[in-house]
Design a protein around this ligand. Structure first.
Ligand SMILES: [Zn+2]
Length: 554
């Protein structure tokens, strides 16, 4: 295809020597050639763009503030208009007319069509006109309105639920717009995304996964630790769903090739809930997972989380102390935070000042100060990390400090120091068993003497699935059990291993007694119960099944 500049030379509108000069300048500066031609007065803007439009067989349009459709413009994401230098001018049936001075970008039409669901018709306009208009409108462009009514999706066809996901045919719900707290003017994509989130919260899911395949999207919820397929969505809704979630998470919707992470809040069933969304590029689009931080009601009781009387009493004893370190350990998703909040609920009194610092505040508790860690990517020195937050907290003179996680040397040292200077410190640390904590702390640069002095209690734990109370998980009876949706399990419960660090144990830690010797001592001399024995007890009491005991990874 002929280039516009050669066409202009052919038409005698610019000389080839001036064009060559402009090309040299383009190489030196990287400024687009047409801008140099216009800005240097080699060709007038009007001549350039009128010839461009005839060359591309597109109509030229004079943009005029008075004739703009502001409502239409507000529907388009500002980032997208910025990226491709265009402005929508009119919508006719399923076509949207746009004006641009850069019609050559081959991705522009494709991307606008994918994002909006409308066909794009290009008009050519002057640079000056478009830039002036965008400048004048700049502040009025509302990104959260983007795509609100543009995307056309047939809701009945996209929200085709997968039957096996629900077990019983009569459990499958019809998609009914009346059920959702949305205005009737909301676009189907808004309704669909709201429904996905609403249902997930209602079902008690912890995560929503939306996975892109060649011809469809799968939606799965993680409930009680297991993934359950709940919906199959047509491929044509993919971009709209992703864009909608990016818009509410305040992310760049035009970025598709790097992983992104964002957060949003939404009110579901009268509760304000935080969500964290991660977008990951894949072969067939951006897979996304949404973590649901449903702020649960507190305080919980030790009985609720599954502790035995013996374990509960040891915890209560340690929580009476004025200072020292209490650690809860286990893999991600093993309920450590729930245990920490159960402990905080146990000691939270008016005359005690409690401050927490956490990755994300998952529980709300009255009477305590909860601080979320904040990462400032542009300026890391302005980030609030566990370590910097702790230093600030210590100046507030708290009695009890809860640290979401000890994962680096600096945090470990501040935590130990705080525990030895009159504070009760509660935290989690990455370790498999209570005894592993000792080597983990040493690995983080804490001496055996300091561990021996500071450590008062270690709770190791896992989460397992509870046997359904209605059908007892019976192979035959569960088939017709609505209570557990024929799964035989309902809800989860903790399995615990509680290590009270008394004088004798402190002595063994200071003497650097190897972990295996410590374990043998506890088992042989004290009839100590580890994770596996606690799980076996729960199985013998009919609380959990053998499968759950076997699933423990220690
Ligand atoms: Zn059941």
């Amino acid at each position: 295809m002929k280039k516009i500049e050669d066409y202009l030379v052919e038409q005698g509108l610019i000389s080839s020597s001036r064009l060559n000069w402009a090309k040299v300048k383009q190489n030196e500066t990287g400024i687009p050639l047409y801008r140099i031609l216009i800005e240097e007065g080699i060709v007038s803007e009007e001549v350039y763009f009128k010839n461009l439009s005839s060359m591309f067989s597109k109509d030229f349009i004079n943009l005029d503030m008075a004739n703009l459709n502001r409502e239409l413009i507000e529907l388009f994401p500002a980032q997208l208009m910025e990226k491709y230098n265009f402005i929508p001018i009119e919508r006719v049936l399923d076509t949207v007319k746009i004006a641009t001075f850069e019609p050559f970008n081959i991705y522009m039409v494709q991307e606008i069509e994918e994002l909006t669901g409308y066909k794009v018709e290009i008009f050519i306009c002057n640079i000056t006109d478009l830039l002036n208009i965008k400048k004048a409108l700049g502040i009025t462009i509302k990104e959260d309105l983007a795509l609100k009514t543009l995307k056309k999706i047939d809701l009945e066809s996209v929200a085709e639920k997968v039957k096996e996901g629900y077990g019983n045919d009569d459990v499958i719900e019809e998609v009914d717009l009346e059920d959702y707290d949305v205005e009737s003017s909301d676009a189907p994509v808004v309704v669909l995304v709201n429904k996905l989130i609403y249902d997930a919260v209602k079902e008690g899911a912890t995560d929503i996964h939306i996975e892109c395949f060649e011809k469809k999207l799968n939606v799965r919820y993680r409930i009680d630790g297991s993934l359950k397929k709940v919906m199959v969505i047509e491929k044509n809704a993919q971009e709209a769903i992703i864009s909608r979630l990016k818009i509410i998470s305040d992310l760049d919707i035009t970025e598709r090739f790097i992983p992104q992470e964002g957060r949003f809040k939404m009110k579901v069933m009268d509760t304000q809930i935080d969500f964290r969304v991660t977008f990951l590029p894949s072969m067939f689009g951006q897979n996304l997972s949404i973590r649901i931080f449903n702020k649960k009601k507190t305080p919980l009781a030790f009985d609720d989380i599954g502790m035995s009387d013996y374990q509960k009493n040891i915890c209560a004893e340690a929580l009476k102390k004025k200072y020292g370190l209490i650690l809860v350990v286990g893999p991600t998703g093993s309920g450590k935070t729930t245990t920490l909040y159960t402990m905080l609920g146990h000691i939270n009194k008016e005359d005690i000042k409690v401050i927490t610092i956490e990755d994300t505040v998952e529980y709300r508790m009255d009477g305590i100060h909860q601080i979320p860690v904040r990462v400032n990517r542009e300026d890391p020195s302005k980030s609030l990390t566990f370590a910097t937050g702790l230093k600030a907290i210590l100046r507030q003179d708290p009695n009890v400090i809860m640290i979401g996680e000890i994962r680096d040397e600096e945090t470990a040292k501040i935590a130990i120091n705080a525990a030895l200077t009159g504070h009760l410190v509660l935290s989690t640390i990455h370790a498999n068993t209570s005894i592993n904590v000792l080597s983990r702390l040493k690995h983080l640069g804490v001496s055996k003497e300091l561990i021996s002095d500071a450590l008062e209690l270690v709770v190791a734990q896992r989460l397992v699935r509870k046997t359904c109370k209605e059908c007892q998980g019976d192979v035959e009876e569960k088939k017709s059990c609505h209570f557990c949706k024929s799964t035989g399990v309902n809800g989860r419960i903790g399995v615990f291993e509680v290590l009270q660090v008394d004088k004798t144990i402190k002595g063994k830690i200071a003497d650097d007694v190897p972990g295996v010797h410590l374990y043998n001592y506890l088992r042989e001399e004290r009839d100590w119960k580890d994770l596996l024995q606690d799980a076996t007890n729960k199985k013998n009491n009919g609380v959990i099944g053998q499968e759950e005991v076997d699933s423990l990874t220690i």
